[in-house]
Design a protein around this ligand. Structure first.
Ligand SMILES: NC(=O)c1ccc[n+]([C@@H]2O[C@H](COP(=O)([O-])OP(=O)(O)OC[C@H]3O[C@@H](n4cnc5c(N)ncnc54)[C@H](O)[C@@H]3O)[C@@H](O)[C@H]2O)c1
Length: 476
């Protein structure tokens, strides 16, 4: 008979099986609870270098980037983050071996900085023709775009373009190739495909959406009967929102504000609008930095959660005269309007971390104030008739990307691993999926968590057979 403590239950066996028999086979399955093999890590460490060094692969005429000579600086950034993305590296190694994307055209619309480049290169390793476009003109890094172009990705993006050029860059990409599958961040590509490229929609197998706001738009399309392809809600996968939205936004928002302003957070009053997954992270980190934190909400449950977590809760009108820093992270427009601004202190600093630059009303800020005057990179000053100064960061766009480096590499490792495996899932299930907003299959979350734990050298317990029986029984 098996020793009671050694008898591992079905759940554990299933978890190990998911790793071993995943939809892409892992050539070196990580030992249960152990680290990745050194042989595989060594092979992976060379991965980016090899890709980026293969000059001349890119059809340079088919690129719309600022300056190809910036590539060496972009490559340095990519190499740095690549070595901190163990899950994506493992997936890239598997994709490189199996080439499941061979002959496929894949479009990635993301914040074009080093972590996104790593996803592009991983997908390219799987055999795809990869096109990269920006999901925000201010977060685009021209040197990273140059490095991606040099590595053979097709890139249509330049930092700081105007809204028309931004929309045109997406059209350039879709004119060059309508994708088989795509990743979107905010819903712009899904909307453009349906509005202007609908005759080509039957070619599109489906998409993946990265962020909360994009899913909000997809749900609105589905409700109107206007969504004609399957799109996976990657944002809603546990391995995405629990880490990316909460810890990624929490850290990178403060990193960006602190480095752009060189001001203290300790001792200040911080007002966080929205206590969703991002807002929880922003408030938690502000508290950790020594700030007094006020939360504003419209959802009674989330408001109570903020209160029980130890934060003050009030309306924006009440918070307006109290705050030194205001961070919006709601996915909703005009959260801070002219009425609130009129009540703010001299020197109050306004930053948005929600997807679109609509959460702080820029028209209201400009009305009856002089400015903007750029007083520091990423910081614009507006002065009212009473001499009161308000500061807007990153032109009201996602502050952590417009004024900083975005999420930590280890966090994007999980988010982009979900994207890579969901793209693969779409290809493998071509024609069998409903035209709807779909949840990412649970086994993708579990598999990524297992690889992440293994790469960190962490082990977890498994249910014994007895424990499984206990859980399933109603007689205690
Ligand atoms: N900066 C980043 O890197 C980053 C990362 C992930 C998501 N996002 C974006 O951040 C935004 C929020 O994402 P999330 O995942 O936290 O969403 P969420 O749905 O979990 O949370 C949003 C919260 O805002 C609250 N809210 C809505 N309107 C409000 C208002 N007028 N005043 C106060 N609170 C209000 C909602 O009740 C909810 O609790 C989205 O636009 C998302 O796309 C940004």
């Amino acid at each position: 008979m098996q020793n009671r403590s050694d008898a591992k239950g079905q759940g554990c066996a299933k978890r190990v099986e998911i790793i071993r028999q995943g939809r892409i086979e892992l050539p070196h399955p990580p030992p249960e609870g152990g680290a990745l093999s050194t042989e595989l890590l060594a092979r992976e460490m060379n991965y980016t270098t090899t890709r980026i060094q293969s000059k001349g692969e890119a059809p340079m005429s088919n690129q719309w980037i600022r300056d190809i000579t910036l590539a060496p600086s972009g490559k340095e950034k990519i190499d740095w983050v690549w070595h901190n993305m163990p899950v994506l590296k493992q997936i890239a190694a598997d994709l490189e071996k199996d080439k499941p994307f061979a002959g496929r055209s894949i479009l990635l619309c993301l914040h074009l900085e080093a972590k996104s480049a790593c996803l592009g290169l991983a997908i390219q390793a799987g055999g795809a023709q990869v096109t990269m476009v920006a999901s925000n003109p201010l977060s685009t890094q021209d040197d990273v775009c140059a490095a991606m172009a040099e590595a053979g990705l097709t890139v249509f993006a330049r930092h700081g373009v105007n809204p028309e050029e931004y929309a045109d860059s997406h059209r350039m990409a879709l004119n060059a190739a309508v994708p088989d599958v795509y990743v979107d961040d905010g819903g712009d590509i899904t909307a453009l495909l349906h509005r202007e490229y609908s005759p080509s929609l039957p070619k599109v197998i489906g998409g993946c959406e990265e962020t909360t706001t994009g899913i909000q738009r997809l749900n609105a399309m589905a409700k109107d009967g206007a969504l004609h392809i399957p799109v996976y809600a990657v944002n809603n996968a546990r391995m995405k929102f629990l880490f990316d939205n909460r810890y990624g936004t929490g850290q990178s928002v403060w990193e960006a504000i602190m480095s752009a302003t060189n001001l203290s957070v300790a001792g200040k009053t911080v007002v966080v609008a929205g206590y969703g997954w991002c807002g929880k992270g922003v408030a938690l980190r502000a508290k950790g930095l020594g700030a007094q934190v006020i939360v504003t909400e419209i959802d009674p449950v989330n408001a109570l959660e903020a209160w029980m977590d130890g934060f003050q809760v009030m309306t924006m009108e009440q918070a307006a005269p109290l705050g030194d820093y205001f961070i919006t992270v709601t996915g909703v427009s005009d959260v801070i309007n002219g009425k609130h601004m009129a009540r703010m202190k001299d020197g109050a600093l306004l930053a948005n971390a929600g997807h679109f630059d609509v959460e702080i009303s820029k028209p209201d800020l400009a009305a009856s104030r002089s400015g903007p005057v750029r007083v520091k990179p990423g910081v614009d000053q507006y002065v009212g008739k009473d001499g009161k100064r308000l500061y807007l960061m990153g032109e009201g766009r996602l502050v952590n990307l417009a004024c900083g480096f975005g999420h930590p590499a280890e966090v994007m490792d999980s988010s982009f691993a979900v994207q890579a495996l969901t793209l693969l899932h779409l290809i493998r299930h071509q024609g069998a999926l409903t035209n709807a907003v779909l949840p990412v299959p649970e086994e993708i979350d579990v598999r990524i968590a297992e690889i992440k734990l293994a790469s960190a050298g962490l082990s977890i317990d498994c249910l014994t057979t007895e424990q499984e029986k206990y859980k399933e029984s109603w007689i205690i």
